[in-house]
Design a protein around this ligand. Sequence first.
Ligand code: XIL
Length: 514
Amino acid sequence: MNSDLTRRRRLARTALPAAALLLIGSAVAVQSSAPAAAAETTLRAAAANAGLFFGVAASPNRLYPIVGQEFGQLTPENDMKPDRIATSSGGLQNTSGADTLVNHAQSNNMLVRGHTLVWHSQAGALQGASQATLNTFIGNAINRWGSRIAYWDVVNEALEDNNTGRRRNQWPHTMNRDANGDGDFFDPGDTDVIRDSFIRAKQVVQAGGYTTKLCINDYDVDGLTVQGGVRNRKADALYDIVSNYRQYIDCVGFQAHFNDNPNSIITDDLQANIQRFADLGVEVHITELDIDDDLSNNDIGAGQAENYRKVVRACLNVERCTGITVWGISDSESWRSSERGLLFTGGNGNYQKKAAYHAVLDELNKGRNTTTPPPSEPPVDPTTPPPSEPPVDPTTPPPSEPPVDPTTPAPTTPNPTTGCSATVSALDAWTGGFVVTVRVTATTAPISGWSVQLTLPSGSSVTNAWNADRSGNSGTVQFSNVSYNGSVNAGQYTEFGFQGVGTATGLNPVCTPA
Ligand code: XIL
């Protein structure tokens, strides 16, 4: 924490006078469209009545009864991060803490948010890994818990600090390539770790028939503006990402760690920002909420309880804002204990409710207020290219073709004289689109490069590919190895994938070693 921040922290708190609080309270009550009902006495029940979950970040050593009583959703605070569970080749290890949390959630009927698959921080053995290894990890992690995880944070904190609106310049984002130099990573020839990770995650979810939804999560993306009314470029960048990759992204997480950093304050356009993401058709969640108790330079007014009320109200007022998670139970056990940013004091299972708790409970009990149109929706930036493909409708019936069981050997096209074979090892298809995984096997001897040719049915085309360079989009398309997957030992294989529109029957891939 810098000294400027510390100094600002010492500023006296301006508590709203009681009369003003009453006024705000009654104004909200008048707006509320929910029928009068007996007030619920837990956050969990009050939220459920309003049609959202209220959750908490948890660790296996703190699974006190309060967790299942007050909260309807659980996010492992640290136990599902790559530094805990990933091996350097994308396998799983040390999953016992995560398993304990998932089991606890299940036996208490709580939803689980998996946190997190692709992240520059707490990457552990995955630090520096290739996309292929990330994809392996994504598959292993999603498959381990399947539908027991309601939401996965697939990519966490992809965007740079200081409101630049840029991607981070750290691994894994260093894998990104802007092929046509137009300043973004959204084009078919570009490489984008966000896109490729989501494509892989979507493929795994579809192949497994899981109900899991796939989220992108970040901080300082909460309002349309930051301090001083400056445009929130980080939020805009996230909006562009979700718009472009809407077909793979189901949900957006605003971490909502609110503090005195100029980019981390609560602004009065929080609701409008939630609304514009919701209007893309994704669920919006407040995923890691904590509010510095002397947050003083926000646009809304000081007072922690009042600030909590504002955040909860902003979510309640947007129907597709379907969950709020606080980042811990009590101040003393928080990752930022000095900010006293949570809803309880105390520790070790003996917790006392703060004013902020009562404010949140009260606000949840008022229910949603979605009958009036949301205020001031910002126009969509006309410079943002429209999504290249229509979003996948979540109500669309499941893939019309059953996924190929990867354990079933698919017909191969071995060519003993060339030394490699190519097979379709997974195919996920739905009305109008597909994702294909192709396995390249070195049949008799090591190979140091490969190319695979296959033919798409007429009218079908490839929209993007990963773990391979490609030439052509339709008809006969050629894929060749990238720098990290050309060498394959005898009897071993590597995989690449692509997504397309149309159908993907009779591809008949043929492999040629380079
Ligand atoms: C934090 C945990 O709360 C700490 O215990 C750990 O030491 C560091 O990570 N954004 C995230 C969370 O996505 O995973 C972080 O959690 C907080 C910021």
